[in-house]
Design a binder for this molecule. Structure first.
Ligand code: GTR
Length: 434
């Protein structure tokens, strides 16, 4: 007879201990692992092996069979399924200034009415076009955190009308933005630099598509486009907020395709942090995006979940229960059971160029896990005869590397800096042939 746990095999004792701790741990503060030696043993799913065990033989098989299979896995288990493009979308240019930014740019603002109805859900695109362009220009498109008016101090930018979080210094009254916050996020956008390099910049306040809190969907597209409206109960594989924001980026691209000043075949989608996760998912779902750029996107973005380094699946699902689909919660503390990992999200971008950027002090986002994702996406690129990263080891800080897959880790914190933009502009110039 087994009297005590001493007599049990070690694995059983450990399992029992874990269950006991799991009960207690829910009340404990989360302690992220930042110790490489404590990263669990993990096996990444092979991006080139089908669910039925067959090996992907070539680019055609990837494109027609394996890519759709991986995309479905991410829809079902991670981000959730979006409802597809709306039937009656309408665009309206609401402002136009051909002499913005001292004559450097044309500034346009465009309202996108998702259901074609003016009193229905909408988002507002801010678009700057370089005035010295002779032909259609390529563009960078990304969502912003605080409102279009925060990406530049230009007083002509309209303030957002959607719900906005009140936080210290954010200049918000009754959940609406005030003008004092103009230009607050300008360092993250580098508008003049982008224009001078010959690109347009398009951006949308992410709160236009869905305010970022657990019940925010009731004020955003997920509520507005669901039959039951604010009474909706989402199925476990229906879209979460990240999928909604990504869907919004595709709707912005729908508009850009109609704008004769834009070369819509050369649009790079970009995002930082949660909006970096969003940019990656937008680039996976929508192959019209010609380049995909992830800035410090971390857990649920470029970082490998199975490393459990920094932010974990359980932690992100607890802090932000609305970001991912219901099914993703099944993998709380069960990363090893995830049928995908984030290198396959990057592989979904293949053969299009993708850039993953990390910051040295951004341990929470797991810089090494972001690099390893980029590295493990390479086999998909090789099917197309592309080198991908082309390096074996993570490069030193401030040494950008890569071919079709770009990567850098820069000094400093979780942020988007001028240095990051320099690399993205160089990368885009290389791939867009500018
Ligand atoms: C953090 C979150 C990260 C990242 C970040 C951000 O609180 O844990 O996953 O998305 O927010 O978006 O700034």
């Amino acid at each position: 007879m087994l009297r005590n746990s001493e007599n049990l095999p070690r694995a059983f004792r450990l399992a029992g201990l874990c269950v006991a701790l799991a009960g207690a741990a829910s009340a404990q503060p989360f302690m992220p692992n930042y110790d490489e030696s404590k990263v669990p043993q993990y096996t990444l799913p092979d991006a080139l092996v089908m669910a039925n065990g067959r090996k992907v033989a070539d680019a055609k098989m990837w494109q027609t069979t394996r890519r759709p299979e991986i995309l479905e896995l991410f829809r079902t288990h991670v981000y959730g399924r979006n409802p597809g493009p709306p039937a009656k979308i309408k665009f309206e240019v609401t402002s136009l200034d051909r002499k913005a930014l001292g004559g450097l740019a044309t500034r346009k603002e465009i309202s996108v009415f998702f259901t074609g109805k003016k009193d229905g859900p909408k988002m507002d695109i801010l678009l700057y076009l370089p005035n010295d362009a002779k032909t259609r220009v390529p563009a960078f498109l990304g969502m912003n955190f605080e409102g279009n008016h925060t990406i530049h101090s230009d007083p002509g930018i309209s303030l957002p009308t959607q719900w906005k979080r009140a936080s210290p210094g954010a200049a918000v009254t009754e959940n609406r933005a005030r003008a004092e916050s103009r230009g607050q996020q300008a360092s993250r956008w580098q508008v003049e630099k982008i224009l001078q390099r010959g690109y347009a910049v398009a951006t949308i306040f992410y709160g236009d598509v869905e305010p970022d809190f657990a019940d925010g969907w009731k004020l955003g597209v997920r509520g507005a486009l669901s039959q039951a409206g604010t009474n909706t109960t989402f199925a476990p594989d229906e879209w979460g907020a990240i999928a909604a924001w990504a869907w919004g980026l595709s709707r912005a691209l729908d508009y850009l395709e109609t704008d004769k000043d834009i070369d819509a075949k050369r649009v790079a989608v970009i995002g930082h942090s949660r909006l970096g996760k969003t940019a990656l998912w937008a680039g996976a779902e929508d192959e019209r995006f010609a380049i995909v750029i992830s800035n410090d996107s971390g857990c649920g973005g470029a970082a490998l979940s199975k490393r459990e380094f920094g932010e974990t699946v359980e932690r992100i699902n607890t802090s932000f229960p609305h970001w991912f689909c219901g099914n993703f919660k099944k993998y709380n503390r069960k990363e090893s059971e995830l049928p995908v990992d984030q290198h396959e999200l990057i592989a979904l971008v293949a053969p299009r160029p993708v850039y993953v950027a990390s910051a040295e002090e951004d341990h929470w986002a797991d810089p090494l896990g972001e690099f390893l994702s980029a590295k493990n996406a390479e086999p998909a690129y090789r099917l197309f005869g592309k080198r991908g990263l082309g390096v074996e080891e993570r490069p030193a800080v401030n040494h950008p590397v890569g071919d079709t897959i770009g990567y850098h880790i820069r000094t400093g914190k979780h942020d988007v800096t001028e240095y990051d933009w320099e690399q993205y502009l160089n990368f885009a110039a290389r791939h867009f042939g500018k």
